[in-house]
Design a protein around this ligand. Structure first.
Ligand code: ADP
Length: 481
């Protein structure tokens, strides 16, 4: 008989902090530079060098802690985690084992079945390692130490995530939050945000945690989800076939969609943690904490509430617009130039989003300024242009001609004229004159033929006429014939 199991997942999410320099040295923190150009005796761990803590790192970690409601530890110290690996030149990593900077905290995530509070165990500080590079058939491995000493916060969740969707939602939310806080660019492809994923299963109705496996260094949301799904199926199969699971580290093969064992617990390192003797213990003063609190930006959920309250937007719109701070700010700036808040939101969720998706751009790359978009919105609001004309003709032209205002384009295209009753009436009369037979049929009762006449006028106007107006004039004129 097969038993039903409940998945249990815990994440360790690493975020590289966007500081100018490394956590314990003045080497710059930059991605994609030539190998071994951002290094110094300190980040290479040369004998006799001493680490010096970058204060910005503490500030950024505290910001994250405050955002998720953690307790900020007033006193902390760093620990040495000892292990040998070629990308770790010192032979140990400086981390916080016993005294993490932030304790507890939670984030609310939106799931199909409702909102769920995801709990964090703690957030600690540590330094990133360098990178080993293996190139094709080359028998040598290469080492790039540019990343060594990049500041990281590791956000460790409680083992209270129960599906791959929940894990996906949580990492997405963390990514959104670090970007709002401006502490990490959240770029998963570049490894700025990545996660170790711990997965176990336990029989439904029991509470003892099962044996977990840890899948290291996942740097895509989709792969986190796939790896968890694969593990749940694999572990269920092992247990249902009477086997047992072992605590191990596994890697995910994105190509095959499977995980495979890297090392088992017995051969795992004993890190021999001890307090880092080269760094003094830390004390976070209450006054500094107050100062950091005063510099906190609006958080994603606060931004969402603001959009709902201040601009009367539906929750759906607010959620969409607050997905990035830049989009929310774009919206807010556009409202300085048009009070049609819901229409601006519709434009951003519709034509603007499609355009950005098509071009693979973000709102910060968008060609139209908030003011320029608001001008288009207003032209429709005031009835100068139909939405159709604005969205399908004016919008692309405005993007192609960033130097021209919307009203300038409207003028040049002669659309104002085309929208006037006189011109439409002329086209209506021409359409009626062109189809005398159809007019007779219409008069005999085939009222559906009005669509043909309207279509004719729309063609003549190249789609610029307001269909409502055409319909009205057409009915009036056909009644006169
Ligand atoms: P370890 O000592 O092996 O590093 P921790 O207790 O420190 O384990 O937890 C590390 C991460 O693993 C946390 O995110 C935690 O939620 C998760 N975790 C711990 N036990 C389990 C389990 N049985 N199943 C799934 N995740 C777990």
């Amino acid at each position: 008989m097969s038993i039903s199991y409940k998945p249990v997942i815990g994440l360790e999410i690493d975020a590289q902090l966007q500081t100018n320099s490394k956590i314990f040295a003045s080497d710059p923190v930059l991605f994609g530079q030539e190998a071994n150009t951002l290094i110094s005796p300190i980040s290479l761990g040369h004998p006799g060098t001493l680490p010096k803590l970058n204060k910005k790192v503490l500030e950024y970690a505290i910001k994250m802690g405050l955002a998720i409601g953690s307790t900020i530890a007033p006193k902390q110290y760093f620990d040495r985690k000892n292990y040998f690996y070629p990308d770790l030149p010192k032979g140990y990593q400086i981390t916080q084992d016993k005294t993490p900077i932030c304790i507890g905290g939670s984030i609310l995530v939106h799931l199909k079945e409702g909102d769920k509070k995801m709990e964090f165990h703690h957030i600690h500080l540590e330094e990133d390692a360098g990178k080993s590079l293996h190139e094709g058939d080359n028998p040598f491995s290469f080492l790039d130490y540019n990343r060594a000493g990049t500041p990281l916060i590791e956000m460790v969740t409680e083992p209270s995530i129960h599906s791959s969707e929940e894990a996906f939602a949580l990492v997405s939310e963390v990514r959104k939050l670090v970007r709002y806080l401006g502490i990490c660019d959240g770029n998963m492809e570049e490894g700025s945000l990545r996660a170790d994923v711990n997965v176990s299963i336990r029989p439904v109705g029991t509470s003892t945690l099962g044996t977990k496996v840890e899948i290291k260094n996942m740097n895509s949301l989709r792969n986190i989800q796939r790896a968890i799904e694969y593990e749940i199926v694999r572990q269920t199969k092992v247990l249902n076939e009477g086997g047992s699971l072992i605590q191990e580290t596994r890697t995910f093969d994105a190509h095959a969609g499977t995980t495979h064992s890297m090392r088992i617990k017995e051969t795992m390192n004993d890190y021999r943690y001890f307090p880092e003797p080269d760094l003094a213990p830390l004390e976070i003063s209450a006054s500094w904490l107050t100062e950091i609190k005063s510099t906190m930006p609006l958080l994603p959920w606060e931004q969402e509430q603001k959009l709902i309250k201040e601009f009367s937007l539906p929750a759906y719109d607010a959620h969409f617009l607050a997905d990035t701070r830049e989009m929310a700010l774009y919206f807010e700036e556009a409202t300085q130039h048009s009070k049609a808040y819901k229409s601006i939101s519709n434009w951003l969720m519709g034509p603007v989003k499609s355009h950005l998706n098509e071009k693979n751009q973000s709102i910060t790359d968008f060609e139209l300024s908030p003011k320029a978009l608001a001008e288009i919105v207003e032209l429709v609001e005031k009835g100068t242009l139909t939405h159709n004309l604005a969205a399908h003709q004016l919008f692309p032209l405005a993007i192609e001609n960033p130097g021209k205002s919307a009203s300038q384009i409207v003028e040049e295209q002669g659309w104002l004229h085309a929208q006037s009753g006189d011109e439409i009436l002329l086209w209506v009369q021409e359409a009626i004159a062109a189809y005398p037979d159809k007019v007779k049929e219409y008069q005999k009762g085939k009222k559906g033929l009005i669509a043909l006449f309207i279509g004719e006028v729309m063609k003549k106007s190249k789609g610029t006429a307001d269909p409502k107006r055409v319909n009205q004039l057409m009915s009036e004129e056909l009644a006169k014939v």
